[in-house]
Design a binder for this molecule. Sequence first.
Ligand SMILES: O=C(O)c1ccccc1NCC(=O)[C@H](O)[C@H](O)COP(=O)(O)O
Length: 258
Amino acid sequence: MTMLDRILETKRADVAARKATMSHADLDAKIATVSAPRGFRAALDAKTGHALIAEVKKASPSKGLIRADFDPPAHARAYEAGGAACLSVLTDERWFQGADVFLEQAREAVSIPVLRKDFMVDPWQVHESRALGADAILIIVAALDDTQMQEIEAAAIECGMDALVEVHDAAEMERAARLKSRLIGVNNRDLRDFTVDFQRTYELVAHAPAGSTFVAESGLTSREDLDAMAAHGIHCFLVGEALMRQHDVEAATRALIG
Ligand SMILES: O=C(O)c1ccccc1NCC(=O)[C@H](O)[C@H](O)COP(=O)(O)O
């Protein structure tokens, strides 16, 4: 069983338990109280130069605890002040020590759009994400069949949210291209064995559907990494650990994107 399989197994059980306690009507009532979605893809497209999705990330299955003095609203403000276009907030509890409240606190602290970084296995979670205030959700192609992806994407569209569609190889890129979303991410990290390989991203960028906003995700640590990606025509980046390990998150963000 791969790490992704294990994450998905616990996620399905978690979602089943959550659905038992909160109906669609409950979620709709909560959605009515949160502010309208902030355009996530539009915020990336509006940036000249490097456009950063900065991740609020306490821990990960590959690295364990990353940030002991974890403070989501403070990190969110530092990212925004450092020039990030958007935030990503991990909400998975079991594997990333995340929490829903981290997303609510982070979004409340800033005016830039926020991605709920979690493992979507059911359209119900999309409505739950909107109820938490999320402006975008993640669709991991490796985790879903085509029907599930379409249903989750349809829920995102219904909620006025963007979907970041994450792929790892050319076959997944083909499946992603059948969706409506043109916000495509390539995860440099193999979710099965955690190896990081920028080459995969360099190859896949040419296969993204025309007109896509293309995001390189994971394992990026330096300005040199981003410049190397830019040389391949990639200008949007999702970075977590490298920034979360810095004492001065704002300065590190500014130094990374320049
Ligand atoms: O980060 C992990 O170890 C991980 C393991 C298994 C599935 C997903 C995982 N991470 C989610 C992400 O995609 C990253 O948090 C995100 O791209 C930022 O990566 P990084 O800059 O390397 O923290």
